[in-house]
Design a binder for this molecule. Structure first.
Ligand code: ADP
Ligand code: MG
Length: 591
């Protein structure tokens, strides 16, 4: 079903890792206070670790020296250590999670905001499931990375610092043995992180595939069932899910190999340490308590040290996710360089040698269209499907950018108007009616019309013959019509879309097969409404049934991206050309 290419194919290279970090950190910067609090919390935690080794030293020394009266103080110390550790952990975890959740929220909303400004060409080449996966899964991956990496980094890092400090204080020469292990650990960590980054990208891609596959099967369930696509869709989904499982397992392997290998390197350091430490010449210089504490601290350090080595992998996951998010954010938005306000335009339209080719297409969809549409007139576009009617109509709101030639509105190039103000002047109804999860009234007074009065909404509903089926709905205009208006018929949906366009009351009106889903009876009714609506505004109407077209001021017949005939109904009939034969065919068909 999806022939769209994945934008994630162009992985990597776009951003250097360092730029990515800086950009991500930019998101966390406003929360530096919470960050400092987190640092303090985890510093307390780390200090208690060192303190517990020190405590052990005191216990052993006290036992050895027979100073048993210290037991009260030593017992109390345990409680203090754990209470502090608990407080430190809470403060550290809470504040860092606060930062991480804020970062996700900011990333997610920034990403969504960018999506709202992307040109239609981006939507046409990207599977919607992939974008959804970015908004949900990838963004979470970033937080996971940020939270875990920072939490682990701070907590374990500070613990290592505390314990290391204590070890150095006890016996700095011995401690250096540990440092010898560092380069070996470094090698393992580097290999593992590289692999994690690559696997994370694949994992994200697989989540995108899962989302796409699922959303297409869900939306198109009827087609899937009728055309026997069940097996195919099942296979596709199973394959995507299995791919996801495999990437996940590869990650697990990487991580689970990383851990024991690092652990073993640390163990070797520890063994060397013990071997040297128990040498008589070294033993002699330490107290028993000091010796026990040294080994304890060295043992305690292994876990945080190992966890520190996992951070890099965790970060790689986040970075790979951030990369794919920033990739969308860096897509150029719709071109909007015009500064003129289109408010108050009369609706005088002029196409001058307009050529347009869809991105990635070889043949142009419009091949030099020249057309004058005086303000207030109605122009009907007729022609075979694929002749370029919708493409031409979609030029006005500038959905198809990058044309050659000129399109002038009131003598000014469309590009010189700001997109927002230009689109404010246009009402559009097309074949594919989009309804939102909300009430019927909300759907008519959608977007900028949200403040419309009840009377105005009712009047629009009346004109579009929405009122006809209103009685059958539970709460009239206040009926929730469900996601994408699933409980309405095609004709009902179209009438709502027409009511929306009527309510907008814009100087330019585009009706692209706006009545195609209506039966002849309803269409006749709406026809009357539309006739009064088109008065006083420039209207482009694309319709198949000729009755809609006959009253147009001008009929433009298109074929293969070109205008082959134009004139009034009478003129074109007299000409006995394409339009006339078209009409003959229709009458024979009984329409
Ligand atoms: P009509 O509305 O007259 O049926 P269209 O304007 O929709 O025709 O299409 C004109 C031509 O442009 C067709 O050949 C169609 O395949 C092509 N086309 C339409 N939309 C796109 C698109 N998004 N990407 C590439 N080609 C397109
Ligand atoms: Mg069309």
């Amino acid at each position: 079903m999806s022939s769209k290419t994945s934008s994630q194919n162009q992985e990597g290279a776009v951003h250097s890792t360092w730029q990515l970090y800086k950009r991500l950190l930019g998101y966390a910067r406003p929360y530096w206070v919470a960050f400092v609090a987190s640092f303090i919390g985890f510093a307390i935690y780390g200090a208690t670790q060192a303190w517990s080794a020190r405590w052990l030293e005191q216990v052993v020394n006290a036992v050895q020296a027979g100073e048993l009266d210290q037991r009260g103080m030593l017992a109390l110390t345990v409680l203090v250590i754990f209470a502090l550790r608990g407080i430190g952990t809470f403060i550290g975890t809470y504040t860092i999670s606060h930062v991480a959740r804020q970062v996700v929220h900011a990333l997610r909303t920034d990403l969504f905001d960018r999506m709202l400004t992307l040109p239609s060409s981006y939507y046409q080449r990207t599977a919607s499931g992939e974008l959804l996966a970015k908004l949900t899964y990838n963004v979470e991956q970033v937080t996971g990375a940020v939270t875990n990496a920072i939490k682990t980094g701070l907590r374990e890092g500070l613990t290592v610092v505390g314990l290391m400090g204590y070890l150095l204080y006890l016996n700095w020469k011995l401690t250096l043995v540990f440092v010898l292990a560092a380069p070996f650990i470094g090698i393992v960590v580097t290999i593992a992180s590289k692999r994690m980054r690559m696997l994370s990208r694949r994992l994200q891609k697989s989540v995108g595939d899962i989302t796409s596959s699922a959303s297409e099967s869900i939306k198109g369930y009827q087609v899937v069932r009728i055309f026997g696509g069940t097996q195919q869709e099942r296979q596709r989904f199973h394959k995507a899910s299995d791919n996801n499982r495999r990437q996940m397992m590869k990650m697990v392997v990487t991580q689970s190999l990383n851990t024991p290998i690092v652990q073993f390197i640390i163990a070797m350091a520890l063994a060397g340490l013990l071997f040297i430490a128990m040498h008589p010449s070294v033993m002699g210089t330490m107290t028993t308590g000091g010796f026990v504490a040294f080994l304890t601290a060295a043992g305690l350090i292994t876990k945080p040290l190992r966890q520190l080595t996992e951070i890099s992998s965790i970060i790689q996951k986040g970075v790979a996710a951030a990369e794919s998010i920033f990739d969308v954010m860096d897509q150029p938005a719709e071109r909007d360089s015009g500064e003129r306000n289109a408010k108050g335009v009369s609706g005088d339209l002029r196409f001058e040698q307009v050529r347009f080719t869809y991105p990635g297409q070889d043949t142009p969809a419009l091949k030099g269209i020249s057309l004058d549409i005086p303000s207030g007139s109605t122009v009907a576009l007729v022609g075979r499907s694929g002749s370029g009617k919708s493409t031409l109509a979609a030029m006005l709101p500038r959905f198809n950018d990058g044309w050659e030639g000129n399109i002038l509105l009131d003598g000014v190039s469309l590009n010189d108007y700001s997109l927002l103000s230009l689109r404010e002047q246009i009402a559009l109804v097309n074949q594919h009616v989009v309804l939102f999860n909300g009430t019927l009234a909300d759907n008519i007074a959608y977007g900028a019309m949200a403040g419309a009065s009840r009377e105005a909404i009712m009047a629009a509903a009346e004109a579009a013959h929405v009122t006809e089926f209103l009685d059958r709905l539970e709460n009239g205009l206040d009926t929730m019509i469900g996601e994408d208006g699933v409980m309405l018929s095609g004709g009902q949906r179209q009438r709502i879309a027409i009511a929306r366009a009527i309510l907008k009351d814009a100087p330019l009106l585009i009706l692209d097969e706006a009545t195609s889903a209506l039966d002849t009876e309803s269409e006749r009714h709406i026809q009357a409404a539309l006739e009064s609506v088109v008065k006083g505004r420039t209207t482009l109407v694309i319709a198949h049934r000729l009755s809609t077209i006959e009253k147009a001021d001008m009929i433009v017949v298109m074929d293969d991206g070109e205008i082959i005939e134009k004139g009034s109904h009478q003129e074109l009939l007299a000409k006995e050309g394409a339009y006339a034969s078209f009409r003959v065919q229709q009458e024979a068909g009984g329409a």
